[in-house]
Design a binder for this molecule. Structure first.
Ligand code: URA
Length: 250
């Protein structure tokens, strides 16, 4: 009996996720997927690969005798690299300081730069939906970036910029001590995992950073750019399921 209700609730989670991120068509019989075959039967989106569940582990970085607000204040005053000159507002990050779940992106875009808040533009709205589909309010998790100031024209941050900003993210993680981090896109993956040639090499597989599990997945802006690509959505869902399984429910 329990098995059945687990399966139903997993299916409900999956349906909710696809509805949330605008891919509900995967579940509606009136809009059969091309792959559904001649009979046009709706096929429930592919079951995830078995989630490799990392052993529960603790962050092996020293505890820091500062608060997230202290770090945010220092970020707002920072002039350590040339990105500071072009910013409207620095974007330290935001969320629940006690959250077990942290998302790390690349760096602020236009909307984030104007508001001083992470992931509030189009990619951010999609991230918020993904978080909701995972069963969390946005305010329940913590969201930050590798660089805290907007790179010109939204270019990928240079290595020196990411390196200049790294102590802030390390300190934020040391204070937060989340149980798991989701690394959104290649810049975030590069922060946590050395020498990754391409996302495909690590996406969907828990990595370890100072004793902390890190799940690399695609950046929401990649999903936005490839809006019609169901396979990418499915991959992200599989990755988030592994994170949810690791957290084991709220
Ligand atoms: N993209 C990011 O990587 N971070 C943001 O905060 C917004 C968009």
């Amino acid at each position: 009996m329990k098995r059945k209700s687990d399966a139903l609730s997993a299916l409900a989670d999956r349906v909710r996720f696809f509805e949330e991120i605008g891919a509900g068509f995967l579940f509606r019989s009136e809009e059969p997927r091309p792959e559904a075959g001649a009979a046009g039967k709706t096929i429930v989106a592919g079951s995830p690969r078995p989630a490799a569940r990392p052993a529960e582990s603790g962050l092996d970085l020293p505890r820091v005798d500062r608060t997230l607000d202290d770090v945010s204040a220092e970020i707002r005053a920072c002039r350590k690299c040339s990105l500071a000159a072009g910013r409207t507002k620095a974007v330290p990050g935001e969320g629940n300081p006690k959250s077990p779940l942290m998302f790390v992106g690349e760096g602020p875009g236009h909307d984030e730069d104007v508001q001083g808040r992470p992931f509030v533009g189009r990619a951010g709205q999609l991230l918020t939906k993904i978080i909701a589909a995972m069963g969390y309010e946005r305010s329940e998790v913590f969201i930050a970036n590798v660089v805290k100031c907007r790179p010109p024209e939204n270019r990928v941050p240079h290595r020196e910029e990411a390196e200049a900003c790294a102590p802030f993210l390390i300190e934020q993680i040391s204070i937060l001590r989340p149980r798991v981090i989701v690394a959104l896109g290649k810049t975030a993956v590069d922060f946590f995992v050395p020498n990754v040639k391409a996302m495909g090499a690590v996406r969907g597989v828990f990595q370890e950073w100072h004793g902390l599990p890190v799940m690399p997945t695609f950046h929401p802006s990649y999903l936005v750019r490839n809006e019609g690509n169901r396979e990418i959505k499915r991959m992200v869902w599989n990755d988030m399921q592994k994170v949810m399984a690791f957290l084991g429910g709220k």
